[in-house]
Design a protein around this ligand. Structure first.
Ligand SMILES: Nc1nc2c(c(=O)[nH]1)N=C([C@H](O)[C@H](O)COP(=O)(O)OP(=O)(O)OP(=O)(O)O)CN2
Length: 136
């Protein structure tokens, strides 16, 4: 029997969607207003879900306090109130789209969760735009 436990979190960050090797016009054609050279911000919301067997001794799949500390260290402390393009090493050469951000977050959290657990991250970039990654 497997159960999923989830923790919500959020961070605010600025970004610009563009490729350094494209002209401004090429970037504008693909990324539109998201190519603003002065950047723009989002209130990102995420849900991190861990699936596994319940430990019969504790009744936990994973201590949600432990999960919240991982999210704080790996996501909030590193991304909150940052410019993703300029301040976050993972996006120096990676376009900070919602798709790329959710994969970066998943990889960072995956390293802290035991292999027997499944991990899923859902990231909302706006209230209407969201991405999901399960490591597949
Ligand atoms: N596949 C992707 N497409 C887009 C991404 C992305 O990360 N992946 N990102 C953007 C923009 O950064 C942003 O998310 C879109 O902002 P906006 O158009 O303001 O979106 P809203 O949902 O807030 O606004 P609507 O008025 O509902 O469209 C663009 N594309």
């Amino acid at each position: 029997m497997k159960v999923t436990i989830s923790r919500k979190a959020h961070f605010n960050a600025a970004h610009r969607l563009y490729r350094k090797d494209w002209t401004f016009e090429q970037n504008n054609a693909v990324f539109g207003k998201c190519n603003n050279p002065n950047y723009h911000g989002h209130n990102y919301e995420l849900t991190v879900s861990v699936t596994g067997k319940i430990d019969p001794e504790t009744g936990f799949v994973i201590d949600v306090k432990f999960l919240s500390e991982i999210i704080k260290e790996e996501v909030e402390d590193q991304f909150d109130h940052k410019n993703l393009n300029l301040d976050v090493a993972e996006f120096q050469d990676l376009n900070p789209t919602a798709e790329n951000i959710v994969v970066v977050i998943w990889n960072k959290i995956r390293k802290k969760i035991k292999p027997e657990f499944e991990l899923e991250v859902v990231l909302y970039e706006t209230p209407r735009n969201f991405v999901t990654y399960k490591g597949e």
